[in-house]
Design a protein around this ligand. Structure first.
Ligand SMILES: [Zn+2]
Length: 253
């Protein structure tokens, strides 16, 4: 039993224990090219949350990891079979209920650990801040915590070399042999400006890819996944530790 994982711990351990920070992992359930499980984002995010929290706990952080929310925003993938979409407004309702409970129990710091590109909590955090001004709520995308190009030859963003490597390390039993994977080729917008970072439109996933993947997974290995996992965990645990110890009434210097 890990005392910093809510689903594993118990009332005896928790009822008087100090909790400085709550961590809410948030994933998605969606097709990941042909070779990886629908639960890829949940598996990755849950493991990164638990491992990072363990490392922060060892260094003195008093934190608790909540269960992963398994549904992400997949509005661009409604025609992809059994991809479950959770609308942003539903996510906000869930987030508000979680924050409300934490606030009642004087757990003032909340970190949303996000593992799915379609999830975006920024505006929700702004609105939550008006409802719970005594809380400090923040979010991070673990997949942006380190420079992925230092670990992988090919980029992409979905079921790519990074995600495949990570899954070969974390849950190889759920990954089909790489020869079964699609190439992860993705089309770009014909409106060229939409391919630049400053303009944005949602992509209709089934029109952009043929195998649901974006990014060539063929060079993925278990060893690359392990190295990347260690780097991400080190970075995320640093954030958790710093947030646990931060004085939320004095955040600026
Ligand atoms: Zn993913």
């Amino acid at each position: 039993m890990r005392p910093y994982i809510l689903a594993e711990t118990n009332w005896r351990t928790l009822k008087d224990a100090p909790i400085e920070l709550a961590v809410l992992p948030w994933g998605a359930i969606e097709a990941h090219n042909l070779h990886m499980p629908f639960g890829t984002d949940n598996i990755e995010t849950e493991r990164i949350a638990a491992e990072s929290a363990g490392m922060a706990f060892e260094k003195g952080a008093r934190l608790i990891v909540l269960p992963v929310i398994p549904f992400g925003v997949n509005t661009g993938q409604l025609d992809i079979r059994v991809n479950i979409n959770m609308n942003p407004s539903t996510q906000f309702a869930i987030l508000k209920d979680v924050a409300d409970v934490l606030n009642r129990h004087k757990i003032s710091r909340l970190l949303i650990l996000n593992g799915h590109g379609g999830n975006d909590f920024k505006q929700m955090i702004r609105e939550l801040g008006t409802l719970y001004p005594e809380m400090f709520i923040c979010a991070c995308n673990w997949f942006q915590s380190v420079d992925n190009s230092e670990f992988f030859d090919k980029g992409g963003g979905h079921a790519d070399e990074m995600e495949t490597s990570l899954m070969l390390y974390l849950a190889p039993e759920f990954v089909l042999p790489l020869k079964e994977a699609g190439k992860g080729l993705a089309k770009k917008f014909r409106v060229k400006t939409l391919n630049e970072k400053w303009a944005w439109a949602e992509r209709k996933w089934s029109k952009v890819t043929t195998d649901t993947g974006i990014g060539d997974p063929s060079l993925a290995t278990h060893a690359k996944g392990e190295k990347y996992f260690r780097a991400v965990v080190s970075k995320v645990s640093e954030l958790m530790l710093d947030l646990s110890k931060a004085d939320i009434d004095d955040m600026y210097a």
